[in-house]
Design a protein around this ligand. Structure first.
Ligand code: FA5
Length: 345
């Protein structure tokens, strides 16, 4: 029986031995991939032995040699698989270590803690307003942003087709009865909800987001924030309203600021006023509307106007934040432009 020559056998054995050695020496999965392709690829030593098989005339020897080369390829692949598992496990452990976040270090590192985020200017102003009003004895209430026409208008003495509806450009929500659900145009509907739910006397402020169909400009946003105030007690007069606005002005803006009320019109208050505050330099800023709660509104809230009286006010938080931080354009506060936000961090 014919056998392959010892030199060809040795060649294959040596190729396997040096191949396995190269595989063991591979230092990364990437490296291993290259080593393996040079060993078993078309230009590898085993491939060149395989290529010579065609020239071996003895079929038996050709078969033996072919088997030998195939076994050698199998051994190399086996060694490569084992090395690959080792390398991957090491690389995975390395990756976990590299991505580990040491939270204790993060809290201690000054440079990292200086990069902390900050609350939005409007959130900061809202929290400060809440603090000031809590200091004046008020409680905080909140209401839904999606409101019924009843709470947003009707209960506030604005029946359908009332001309005052045009004071607010309303965004409607699709509903079974067309026009009966709106995105609240102001925080005033929360007055009604509070009156219905809280037994008087009531001293409450109600901050929140409101929506109007408006084109954004330096002083107008389609989505902005208001804070509503409601006081219901026995014997409340317009003087209490003026006094509260003045106390708030001094507490929020500082002792150098004063307030004034100008006659105005809102369907839910009678009499109604706009209130402005005077800066120490003598200039005025318009803040919002206010007035004595209209008897129809007290009734919608379930209160007897002969027993209870009160005042309400509502002003724009975004414009106050703009004023407090010297921001020229309301739109900048919502731009998420890093050059803007960095100024306040
Ligand atoms: C009202 O919304 C009344 N609900 C206020 C009120 C409450 C009056 C209780 C009486 C009693 P007005 O539409 O004027 O009123 O809005 C109040 C304030 O919200 C304005 O003075 C202004 O500061 C702010 N504001 C109004 N529209 C915008 C807007 N598009 N963008 C930013 N702020 C606005």
């Amino acid at each position: 029986m014919a056998t392959s020559s010892p030199s060809e056998k040795d060649q294959v054995t040596n190729a396997v031995a040096s191949g396995v050695q190269a595989i063991q020496a591979a230092s990364s999965s990437e490296d291993l991939k290259n080593v393996l392709s040079s060993l078993v690829g078309k230009k590898g030593e085993l491939a060149s032995i395989k290529a010579t098989l065609g020239k071996v005339s003895d079929i038996e020897i050709r078969k033996q040699l072919g088997q030998l080369v195939n076994d050698a390829l199998g051994q190399i692949q086996h060694a490569a698989d084992a090395r690959s598992r080792e390398l991957l496990a090491g690389e995975f452990a390395q990756q976990i270590e590299a991505e580990r976040v040491d939270l204790s270090e993060l809290a201690l590192s000054e440079s990292v803690s200086r990069r902390r985020g900050r609350m939005h200017l409007v959130t900061q102003s809202t929290e400060r307003l809440e603090d000031v009003f809590i200091g004046l004895g008020f409680q905080i209430a909140e209401g839904p942003e999606v409101e019924t026409d009843f709470y947003n208008f009707e209960a506030l003495n604005v029946p359908p087709s009332h001309p005052a509806r045009s004071m607010w450009d309303t965004l409607f929500v699709e509903s079974d009865v067309e026009g009966s659900v709106v995105l609240r145009t102001h925080t005033s509907p929360v007055q009604i909800r509070v009156m219905q739910e809280w037994p008087p006397p009531i001293y409450a402020v109600m901050p929140g987001r409101v929506f109007r169909k408006e084109t954004p400009d330096a002083t107008h946003m389609p989505v902005f924030h208001q804070i509503e105030g409601l006081v219901i007690d026995k014997g409340i007069t317009f003087a209490d309203l003026a006094g509260t606005i003045e106390s708030f002005t001094k507490a929020f803006f500082g002792p150098g600021f004063t307030s004034r009320l100008r006659p105005s019109y809102f369907p839910f208050t009678e009499p109604s006023a706009e209130f402005d505050i005077r800066r120490p330099d003598g200039s005025w800023i318009e803040l919002g509307g206010c007035g004595m709660v209209h008897p129809h509104v007290l009734r919608a809230g379930g209160l007897d106007p002969n027993e209870w009286s009160g005042f309400a006010f509502g002003f724009g938080i975004d414009r106050m934040a703009k004023e407090r931080h010297g921001v020229a354009d309301l739109r900048d506060m919502y731009s998420d432009d890093i050059r803007f936000t960095e100024q306040f961090s």
